[in-house]
Structures are given as C-alpha cells and as structure tokens.
Design a binder for this molecule. Sequence first.
Ligand code: COA
Length: 242
Amino acid sequence: MVISCAQWLDSGILAAPSAPEKGLPFHFRRLGQEDRDAIVAFRAMVFADLPDPDMYVPEVPEFVDWHLEGERGFTFGLFIENQLAAVTVLGLPKPGMPNFATDLPAPPASLDEVAHIASSMVDRRFRGFGLQRRLFNYRAVMAFGAGRPFLTARVALTNPVSWRNMLGCGMVVGQLLVMHGDKLRFLFVRDLRQAPLEFAGPERLVPLFDVDAHRAALAEGLLGVRPMAHEGAYVLAYSRAI
Ligand SMILES: CC(C)(COP(=O)(O)OP(=O)(O)OC[C@H]1O[C@@H](n2cnc3c(N)ncnc32)[C@H](O)[C@@H]1OP(=O)(O)O)[C@@H](O)C(=O)NCCC(=O)NCCS
C-alpha cells in the first residue's frame, strides 16, 4: 500500500524565527514520479551550496529512483507557500539490501525492523526553522507504522547541525564508520519499542575528531549521547545505558 502523493500528511502554519508574527503556510506530502525533476534539482542545489563537501556526500544517482515508489523506501516534501522547501527520505531496506544496522556492534535480531532516517535537505531560506527535527518526527511515526521501529541514521562528523539534531531527536551514537574512503560518519540508533534509554554517569568526553577515543568508548559498550562544547570545539559525551 502506497500513500497517495495528493494526500497532505500534515499542514499548518510555520513561524519564521526572525519574524514569528509572519505565519508561513506549509504542507507535507509524499513525493512521486511527477516530482522527480524537482527532487533532482533540489538535491543539486543543496549539494552545490555545502560549505564542505564532506558534510553530505551525494548518494549514487539511483538513490532518487530507489526511494520514489518504495523499492527501497519513500521520499517526502515539505512545501512552504506551495514551494518545495525541504526533501527527506525514509529508507525501508528489504532483505538482502544494504542495511545500516549491520554496522552496529550488536545489530537487532531482525533486520526487517530497521528504518533508515536517510536524507534531509532544507532550502537555505528555511534553515533554522526546526524543519530537520520535524522531518525526523514524521519519519519516526511512519517507520513505526511500517513495522520498522528500529531507527538508524548516518551523519558526517563535519555536519554538527545535523548530528546535534539527531541527538536532540533521541538518537544515540552506536558506531563510528569510515565511508567513501576516509570519511567519518556517526551511526545513530533509536529503538522506538524501548523506553528512552537512561544513562549511568560519569560520562566520558571525547573530542569530536579523536577517532581512537570514540572507538574505545564504543568498544566498551558506551553510547554517544550528548553534544558539548569545550574550549571552542565540540566534544561528544559517552555514557552507559542502564
Ligand atoms: C542540516 C539541515 C537539514 C538542518 O536543517 P534545519 O531545519 O535548518 O535545522 P534547524 O532548524 O534545527 O537549525 C539547525 C541550527 O542552525 C541554526 N540556524 C539558524 N538559522 C540558520 C540558517 N539560516 N542557516 C543555517 N542554520 C541556521 C539554528 O538556529 C540551529 O541551531 P541550534 O541547533 O543551535 O538551535 C540543513 O542545514 C541542510 O539542509 N543542510 C544541507 C544538507 C545536509 O547537510 N543534510 C543533512 C545530511 S545528514
């Protein structure tokens, strides 16, 4: 069963942070074949505008089509004043397909329960509106509805807006990956079937780019839970789930 692209899954009024009195009407819906060109153009615009290409390395060209009609998941758009303002992807990998959870020290028993919180892009004009978290919440609910309560996401260490938002959405760092040759990625997880994890102190603070320290913490079963700033640089607080 596929949700019609003509059905609005949410709509309302957004407040611009710089001018909260100015309400911006928005709606959210699935994007389909007829939106393909708009998706491709939107992605190209966002990639071209990245201050550091490591922040988000483009997926293979097939990624867009794999996630249009359910082959590997679905794509959604958030429209502000009827203009495409954000594009996001929910990956629903089938058996035998690449699955983010296989990189975890302890993958879930059934990979069929895994959803990929795969891609979020917000038009520069609408950044700072909290849209990434909104897009996360939509996908979490849809993933659960699709029988995929185990959420996973990969985020570049050089993309602090994105990894801080993931932590703010209740995701925790469960692994550190090296991808695209030499690029570092956090692998985030959250299991919607469990109560939010509680953590025992004391926390271990790991400088953002101290790969060995991240690996040591993860090898001991700690999880990355909280962003902190220390002497002008980011550190990630690791702790043990109880
Ligand atoms: C990463 C991204 C999706 C975040 O989207 P967003 O909806 O703007 O996220 P938020 O609204 O939570 O804003 C994030 C932070 O940027 C700040 N911000 C405010 N105005 C901003 C602006 N004009 N541009 C960028 N960031 C701004 C926000 O205040 C917030 O800071 P805080 O966490 O200290 O509160 C968006 O920046 C983006 O599309 N980046 C390019 C693609 C990308 O990297 N995607 C993620 C791949 S994993």
